[in-house]
Design a protein around this ligand. Sequence first.
Ligand code: NAD
Length: 489
Amino acid sequence: MTDVPYEEWRARAAGLVPHTGHHIGGEFTGTAATPVVSPRDGKTIAHVASAGRPEVDAAVAAARRAFDTGPWPRLAPAERKAALLRWADLIERDRSTIALLISLEMGKPISESYGIELRAVINCVRWYAEAADKQLDESPRTGGSSLALVTREPVGVVAAVVPWNFPLTMAAWKIAPALASGCTAVLKPAEESPLSALHLAALAAEAGLPPGVFNVVNGPGEVAGRALGEHPDVDVLAFTGSTEVGRHFLRYAAGSNLKRVWLELGGKSPNIILPDAPDLDAAADTAAWGIFFNAGEMCTAPSRLLVHRSIASRVVDRVVARAESLRTGDPLDPSTEMGPLVSLSHHARVMSHIQAAKSDGARLRTGATADGRFIAPTVFDQVKPDMRLAREEVFGPVLAVLEFDSVDEAITLANDTDYGLAAAVWTSDLSTAHKVSRSLRAGTVWVNCYEEGDMSVPFGGVKQSGHGRDKSLHALDKYTDLKTTWIEL
Ligand code: NAD
């Protein structure tokens, strides 16, 4: 939360002067020509530079130089740690400004950009900074006349292409472990959310990260994102975004230098409530919070509520009541619980899912109304597994409720999806919890909670939700190569 009042946030927004160029080799460059429109009021916040291939080439060249001949990969890990900790301190110093930029560019309520997103970003950078000097290499036991070393080396230039829904958290989950490992990086934020990323780059320079270690280029995915995906000098491409664009990155890699591609993609996560849930009201409240948090623009959103028929009406009535009590409004008002959708085109896409649910015969319980850039929290029940609302990711505040009669049926329904990012089960029975968790094909399973965790646990999907793992010490493996050195003594 934030103690700063609404008027103060509005005054600060009016006085903001965001960075607008690309950040390449430690400097801002480029002509700011592309408008960044705020979903808050449709007004242009700033213009930013937009990269074509030449700017992407320049950013990759800066990262390449910084990796091949610069100090960063050669520093003692403790020195990289110190630099990353300075960066985290500066992010904390500018926490309000960066939170404001996020709320303005993508519409997240300020209490959440300040209280949740910035906390996560600062924590992530500190966590990987601290991890930098605590990694050990291996020396397997070999015969008396030889010595084997298995060492991890930084992979080189990492490109990160990220979405707008958690613009800096998604970036930090990739950039922090990459830099801690000794790699250099080029970040391409989403077109909707370039300003917060540029502020991060300015702070990296202020923290003393050598030029070229962390670069930011803005621009359309099909141009700047594609150029990174196809670039012969990018060693690893870390992507978070839609499954459709994830496929492109695999093709780009196959058609270029076979760079490693790590994918964190979409979801259609099932949230199973069994009749023996420890607290049905808490389960219902969490189901509502989960789908409406961040206006449903969440890869892990529990968008399919699977509820046992015997408790369905009680649970769904409460979810509907929660939906109707949510405060939608200006993202800069600290009391706002749900902001507008990120853009008019995304708004239209979410409304088309609502239309489809109606014409497929799902029963509308609440919501489905559009007011400008907002969509009211929406709940459909009597959803059937073959309806579009049960199958496709909406990425908006729209819940599909499906009922079941047995645990086995719930598991079948839960796994009846192309995705496998997250899932949850609510039960008081320890064995049921473990059995269901083992049966669910998902990267994360929550028991009697949702969206819980911390930096120590990996995050990522199976099936068409991708295969990379962000967070935890495991993420460091994505940005390092194993090297074997065998010495005959
Ligand atoms: P998106 O796939 O449209 O865009 C993501 C990024 O890819 C943006 O930077 C965009 O510019 C770029 N891009 C778009 N088209 C491209 C192309 N042809 N070539 C190269 N780059 C391209 O996704 P979005 O709308 O920004 O975000 C929503 C999606 O992200 C949802 O599917 C959501 O589930 C997913 N997501 C996943 C996670 C996760 O960790 N699994 C987290 C957040 C969001």
